[in-house]
Design a protein around this ligand. Sequence first.
Ligand SMILES: [Zn+2]
Ligand SMILES: [Zn+2]
Length: 337
Amino acid sequence: MAGMRAVQVSRAQGPFEIVEREIPEPGPGEVRIKVETCGVCHSDSIVKEGLLPVEYPRVPGHEVVGIVDKLGEGVTRLAPGQRVGAGWHGGQCGHCNRCRRGEFFACERGPVVTGWSRDGGYAEYMTALQDGVAAVPDGLTALEAAPLMCAGVTTYNALRNSGARGGDLVAVLGLGGLGHLGVQYAAKMGFCTVGIARGQDKAALARQLGAHHYIDSQAQDVAAELKNLGGARIVLATVTNGDAMAATIGGLAPYGTLLVLGAAGPMQVNPMTMLVGQLSVRGWYSGTAIDSEDTMAFSALTGVRSMNEEYPMEKVAEAYERMMSGKARFRVVLRIS
Ligand SMILES: [Zn+2]
Ligand SMILES: [Zn+2]
C-alpha cells in the first residue's frame, strides 16, 4: 500500500494532525490529483471548529491546485499530466430539479463541497469529481492559481454577473483576501472602481490594485462619499461586519445592489431607503468549476494576481492561525509538494 502525508482534523476544535494515509484511488467519474498547493480559506474553519455538521476525520482545503495523475472509469474530459484546480463547489448530482435547471449551487442533494463533504487539498493526493475540476492556464503558477479557486472565483463571478456595465461606479468594501482581488477585477472589467477600507494608510494599496477612488470608512461618511461620486451601481461587500455593509446602502445609485460575499452577523436595513431607490441586497455563491476556469483565464489575460503568504504543509497550524488573525497580506497558501 502506497502512503501519503495528509493533514486531517479528527473532531470539532481538534488540532491539525499530520498523518500517513493510503493514497486514494479515483472512483468512476473521478480523477486523482497530485496536489502542489492549497489555499487556507476562512471557510476551512467550518471543518476545523465544527461550525456545521462534518464527518470526521476530514482533510480540509478547497483552494487546490495540482496535476492529474490518474483517471477513474469513464473520465473523458481530462488527461494525466494536466494541471487543474479544485474549489469549494466540487460537483452536483446532476439529476434533481435544481440541477435540471442549471442551478448547481442549489443541488437538492447538496452540492459536493471539497474539503468538507469529501476530503480536500491539505494532502499530497486527493480525488475529485471530473465535473468539479477546472483547467489551470499556463500563465499561472500553482501558487498564483490556488487562491483564485475560492477568493478569486467568488469576487470575479459576483462582479461579472452583477449587471454593472463598463464605466459604472463599483465599490469594493474591504481590502483583505477577497477585497484585494475584487478591486483588481473591478478595475480590469472597466468599472470606475472605489476601494473602501479603514484608515488612510490603505489608500495607496487601493490605488496600486487599480482603484480610481478611495474612501476611508473611519474618517469619512461612506454613503455620502459614494453619493458624491454619483452613487454606486454595485457595492461588493467582502467584510464580515453587518454594520459596515449597511453603512454603504445610502450610497447606492437608483437600482443599485449591495452584493454580499462576507459571512457576517445580522444587518439592519432601512426599508424607506430601499424602496425610494429601488435598491437590492443580494447574496452571492462562489461558482462552479467552469466559473473558476473563467476566473483563472481572465486573471492570466489581465494580470490580476492574488498576493500570498506561503507556508510549508508542516506549518499548517501556523498558517491557519495567520489566516484567522486577519493579518495575512492577503491570502495564505500551503505548499504541499
Ligand atoms: Zn473558501
Ligand atoms: Zn442536484
